[in-house]
Design a protein around this ligand. Structure first.
Ligand code: ADP
Ligand code: MG
Length: 246
């Protein structure tokens, strides 16, 4: 299968302060190629743990993750990761930051790849700027371009818009959808914002105390109107589910 398979996944941490045995307790789901998934849940429910497992940064206690039929064992260029804090190299320019991955994997056309991606995320003309001269939204665009530069099968994002102000965040939501359409990547995006999940996702998976409590397709045409009845129905449904989790 081209997408993602998560099978019987368990994860605990040494010294975890929880009233359950596992931070993630038997997680199972699949993601189709090109699908845009949002994983929604309250703080502490295990979202970042799941993302770090998908990225291969940490190992599960039990269970497996397959991306494009390959077992995830460690970080790989097959999976691009974007965090809430952009994590760009401050001593590199925008261009050098985006070139870094493809150069490392020996790509002769790293420069061209990087320039194309910088243009796609709307930062043409900023190639020679340093990260500290960029706004939060711009830096996050560079982070996304960098994550895409190795042409990964899967783009993983952990609250990528969480640190941005409301207006920038709204713009970036549309920007993310545009990038997704253009690159046709499979996307798994973590968020604790219900409207963000309903606006972006093909499917929303809700995590609650280490379990998947809801896996729901969002059947609204894009671009989505956040004031439409359907949009509000979905937000209300997820609100009820998350309130129930108390
Ligand atoms: N390295 C760690 N050691 C011990 N406990 C951890 C560690 N990382 C996360 N946890 C615990 O696991 C739970 C889930 O954390 P996390 O995956 O970061 O949740 P989320 O991203 O949904 O806020 C929390 O209770 C957190 O305290
Ligand atoms: Mg988190």
């Amino acid at each position: 299968m081209d997408g993602v398979i998560v099978k019987n996944l368990y994860k605990s941490y040494e010294g975890q302060k929880l009233d359950r045995d596992y931070v993630l307790d038997n997680i199972n789901f699949q993601v189709k190629k090109n699908e845009f998934i949002c994983i929604l849940g309250k703080s502490g429910c295990g979202k970042s743990t799941l993302l770090n497992l998908l990225a291969g940064f940490i190992k599960p206690d039990k269970g497996e993750i397959y991306v494009s039929d390959k077992l995830v064992k460690e970080p790989s260029v097959q999976r691009g990761v974007v965090f809430q804090e952009h994590g760009l190299f401050p001593w590199y320019t925008v261009l050098e930051n985006v070139e870094f991955g493809p150069k490392l994997s020996g790509k002769k056309n790293a420069n061209e790849i990087a320039r194309n991606l910088i243009s796609m995320v709307g930062l043409e003309g900023y190639e020679d700027k340093y990260p500290n001269s960029l706004s939060g939204g711009m830096a996050q665009r560079v982070g996304i371009a960098r994550a895409l530069a190795t042409n990964p099968d899967l783009l993983l994002m952990d609250e990528p818009l969480g640190a941005l102000d409301a207006m920038t965040r709204d713009n970036m939501r549309n920007e993310l959808l545009k990038i997704w359409k253009e690159t046709k990547k499979t996307v798994i995006l973590i968020t604790h914002s219900i409207p963000e999940a309903v606006y972006l996702a093909d499917r929303v998976i809700v995590l609650q105390e280490g379990n998947i409590c809801c896996d729901e397709k969002i059947e609204i045409e894009r671009p989505r109107d956040v004031h439409s009845d359907k949009f509000l129905e979905y937000t209300k449904m997820f609100e009820d589910i998350l309130l129930d989790a108390n």
